[in-house]
Design a protein around this ligand. Structure first.
Ligand SMILES: CC(C)(COP(=O)(O)OP(=O)(O)OC[C@H]1O[C@@H](n2cnc3c(N)ncnc32)[C@H](O)[C@@H]1OP(=O)(O)O)[C@@H](O)C(=O)NCCC(=O)NCCS
Length: 168
């Protein structure tokens, strides 16, 4: 059995190694990473899956800015160690993250991923909202979900990184 716990300092190295395996060492060139440059993930939403105390997978969320949402998030990256896949670890990480995001008052989640996987959590394709990612993205993989689940109204336009404000 696995457990879902807040990310610990010792999880950072296996997380990065797993992400290299899952998405490639050139993953930082992907458009989603333009929303992560210079921004920290939401610490209260960084969770890992452990099996017998050992790192097995992780999920992070990042603050973003988009018109029509008060506190939107970018979900990802989500990855589960190949040895631990197919045991609902990924599902548990996403459900845990969405539940906690709701408690923290976040109202919208956007991600780039497989609709076939994420539709179970209520994500829909975002095409109709005319959102603009900061680079090329497969529109079929741009997914969106309101928190709590519900109709999405007024969300449109550029998706921007939530860069920290720098004092002049
Ligand atoms: C995608 C990933 C996180 C799933 O983790 P997991 O713990 O193996 O998945 P779970 O056991 O929670 O879920 C299993 C279900 O998801 C389905 N599934 C897994 N990957 C899928 C995908 N890419 N597309 C559609 N369905 C998928 C399985 O068929 C299974 O469906 P079922 O419940 O109907 O039988 C894992 O395969 C992974 O790390 N992949 C590489 C990185 C990646 O693609 N991340 C997500 C992209 S945004």
């Amino acid at each position: 059995m696995f457990e879902i716990v807040p990310e610990r300092p010792q999880d950072a190295a296996p997380r990065e190694a797993l992400l290299d395996i899952a998405f490639g060492t050139d993953r930082h060139n992907r458009t989603a990473y333009r929303l992560r440059d210079g921004v920290l993930p939401v610490r209260a939403l960084s969770y890992v899956a452990l099996i017998d105390g050992a790192f097995q997978g992780s999920l992070s969320f990042w603050p973003i800015v988009v018109q029509g949402a008060r506190a939107p998030l970018l979900l990802g990256p989500l990855a589960v160690d190949p040895a631990g896949r197919g045991q609902a670890v990924g599902i548990a990480l996403v459900r845990n993250g969405l539940r906690r995001a709701r408690r923290l008052g976040h109202d919208l989640v956007i991600l780039v991923g497989d609709h076939a996987y994420y539709k179970r959590f209520g994500f829909i394709r975002a095409g109709r909202f005319k959102l603009e990612m900061p680079g090329p993205v497969d529109q079929d993989r741009l997914l969106i979900r309101k928190i709590p689940r519900g109709q999405i109204i007024g969300v449109t336009g550029p998706i921007l990184p939530a860069l920290p404000e720098v004092a002049a």
